[in-house]
Design a protein around this ligand. Structure first.
Ligand code: FES
Ligand SMILES: [Fe+2]
Length: 380
């Protein structure tokens, strides 16, 4: 097959939809994420009592609100009446109030009060979808798919972040103008050392092993990890094996492990074909005081990590953010270009993303998601 294409230019029709393409890269770049998993959508601390926030999972707007009882709820962010966003309104007690006619919703998504004339009817039954919600690792998690599957589908389990000896961790996030598959490709593809030449978080990476099993692509690179002038002084090379890293696209999550001592998880929230919010959790068993063979005490690790996020990770991850946004711009302009990808892992990531989205579309055909229910005697 020819590998030469005439590039379509920006301003033509734009990249094809998932259904309209047979090309693997185009399908990967148009795929959503399977909703039958738990997705991190916001920080627990970001929503106080009496507050509401809009979060978006793959084009679906969700209202997350905390009632005055402290309870968090997630319901479809569309009023059953005329589909306004409920987050344009206010939280009153434990209810979300629509800004237009003031219909009130409880945490189950039921309309419990209509403050105007009912035209002689008894209170009608209206309801919007309620999403299962949990809080873990300082993050709010929502199950956007079939609620009946929520309890049997586990949230990510990170033993290092639990219990009295939990490793310190300060999550941070970025919202990038890039498809989620570009971010997954970026974080596990260690051929992009050049991008980070100023920080050198990894160098001389060689793919040592790749395993593809079920919904997981696992990789091992031989690579020098945690080098560079910013990170190296904090890593005790005598205690941490920094010449190898394991990475995994553990659908829909991504994680890494260096020597059992330096780890991270990445949780992506797909917003649409061109926007993704990415929550990063870096956690370390121990860091040392630069220039001294002394481990930083646990009790000061949280402030140290807050500074590290600003000084080390923001600039470093910012380079990745710049790259994936530039890649999105490049893809939008040249989505017809031949696939010039030589890392076998990237091919496997894309195949997994496509397969999981196909799985979802297949299920959705036979069980379309009901988001608004109206059971009233209103004339048709
Ligand atoms: S549109 Fe929400 S109450 Fe009318
Ligand atoms: Fe990177």
């Amino acid at each position: 097959m020819s590998k030469r294409n005439v590039l379509r230019q920006a301003g033509s029709d734009g990249p094809p939809s998932f259904e309209d393409s047979k090309n693997r890269r185009q399908r990967a770049r148009a795929a959503g994420m399977n909703p039958n998993y738990w997705y991190a959508v916001e920080y627990d601390a970001a929503i106080k009592k009496g507050e509401a926030k809009e979060v978006i999972f793959w084009k679906e707007s969700i209202a997350v609100f905390r009632g005055m009882d402290g309870q968090l709820n997630a319901i479809l962010n569309r009023c059953a009446h005329r589909q306004l966003k409920l987050t344009g309104g206010e939280v009153k007690g434990c209810r979300m109030v629509c800004p237009y006619h003031g219909w009130e919703y409880d945490g189950q998504g039921r309309v419990t009060h209509i403050p105007h004339d009912l035209f002689g009817r008894k209170m009608p039954k209206f309801r919007v979808h309620r999403y299962p919600l949990k809080v873990r690792y300082g993050l709010i998690w929502i199950f956007p798919g079939d609620p009946a599957l929520a309890e049997s589908r586990p949230l990510p389990h990170i033993p290092e972040l639990e219990g009295p000896d939990a490793w310190p961790c300060v999550p941070f996030d970025n919202t990038w103008t890039a498809h989620h598959s570009m971010i997954i490709d970026n974080v596990s593809d260690f051929t992009h050392e050049y991008l980070h030449r100023a920080h050198m978080p990894f160098s001389d990476a060689k793919l040592l092993d790749m395993q593809v099993e079920e919904d997981r692509v696992s990789l091992t690179y031989d690579s020098k990890i945690g080098g560079g002038k910013w990170m190296a002084p904090f890593v005790d090379q005598s205690k941490v094996k920094t010449d190898r890293i394991d990475l995994c696209y553990d659908y829909p999550y991504q994680w890494s492990n260096t020597g059992g001592k330096i780890k991270h998880h990445l949780f992506v929230l797909p917003i649409d074909e061109r926007r993704t919010r990415a929550f990063f959790l870096f956690y370390f068993k121990a860091l040392k005081i630069p220039m001294l063979p002394i481990t930083i005490p646990r009790w000061v690790m949280i402030p140290v990590l807050k500074i590290a996020n600003k000084v080390i990770f923001d600039p470093l991850i910012g380079e990745d953010g710049w790259a994936v946004e530039a890649e999105q711009e490049g893809y939008d302009a040249c989505y017809d270009a031949p696939m010039a990808e030589i890392n076998p892992a990237v091919h496997e990531f894309q195949k997994l993303t496509i397969r999981k989205w196909e799985e979802h579309l297949e299920t959705a055909k036979s069980q379309p998601a009901v988001r608004i229910e109206a059971n009233c005697d209103a004339p048709a």
